[in-house]
Design a protein around this ligand. Sequence first.
Ligand code: AMP
Length: 394
Amino acid sequence: MGKKTIDQVDVSGKTVLMRVDFNVPLDGTRVTDDRRIRMALPSIESVLSRNGRLILMSHLGRPKPGQDNSRFSLRPVAERLGELVDADVLFVEDIVGHEARERAAALQPGQILLLENLRFHEGEKANSPEFSQALASLGDIYCNDAFGTCHNMDASMVGVPMAMGDRPKVAGFLVQKEIRFLSDVLSSPERPFVAILGGAKVSDKINVIRNLLKRCDRVLIGGAMAYTFSLARGGQTGKSLVEPDKTDLARELMEEGGTKLVLPADTHCGDDFRPDCSKLVVPAGEIPDDYEGLDIGPATAALYSDIIEEAKTVVWNGPMGVFEMPPFDEGTRAVAQAIADSSATSIIGGGDSAAAIQKLGFADQVTHVSTGGGASLAMLEGRTFASVEALDEA
Ligand code: AMP
């Protein structure tokens, strides 16, 4: 990408205001999964090791105005971060108030100050100019390392870099890596370029399918969304999850895609949404009335694996079936295995496909697993982000 990164600015003796994604699960008082904190460490350490001061800001969950939001406090995150870095981690509750300004001014090189959950202030979601200005006044350099929120227009993502004026605004290593894969690889892929799209609904992925049909050589469809395509072709879908009001759209996508759009040849169905239901494999579009499609069938898994084997670039978003409920994880597993076995550049979109590839144990055999669900979907739709555009060019 053409954006300046944190290692390209002199941070010595300066205060870096870094937006990170510390939106981690908590059990009330403790962080139960610290992956997002650990992922931010390279950018954090890059500043500390070069004698910079660091102010970190993040959101956590969805606090509601006028309610007890104490369970969304970032205080437990400050504690966990303190265990992961060799530096003092200070915490301040009032975000942009008097105390925050004093603590920021007193910060020493090599120290970290974490601000309380930005969403405790209504200016964050509203992208308020006053709130942005107040945050921007705390730092000499702005750094965005919060890929998971890059598609949002929040103050800390968009308003703050704009309010920095001439002061440097750079990308952290995490954002740099995500953009390199999701944007740069997608715009000039090695071919054949194959996309595999699954998940529950066509309506969630229309723009992704449209954008990828323009860029890819093949778009393979799985998951429950395949049944809406099947319905559009006059197939029998039984009790499957379908969107009958989206069949016109499915027809349009099939026309646009022609032979590029590949639909399942067979379906693994069950007579109930339970692992011990009675099971059946049928040709696509021939699901009996009292059955529902829960996975792609073995012929589709084999066909998709063959197509993936030939690919030089692969993008995957969305499971092929109800992967949380064996044996209906078999289709998703076959696709994950084919991607892991291939030598293609492989990019796994965030959310459920990232969870599936971790669960199946193939995460270290692919090129890139995106950390952002909504953000990676937005990138696959071909959208550009105001939060990234606001950063300095390299
Ligand atoms: P999405 O969030 O759109 O990527 O959808 C992921 C969800 O779709 C997962 O929880 C899957 O269990 C679900 N899913 C995939 N295939 C099916 C199917 N055939 N029937 C019902 N749910 C499905």
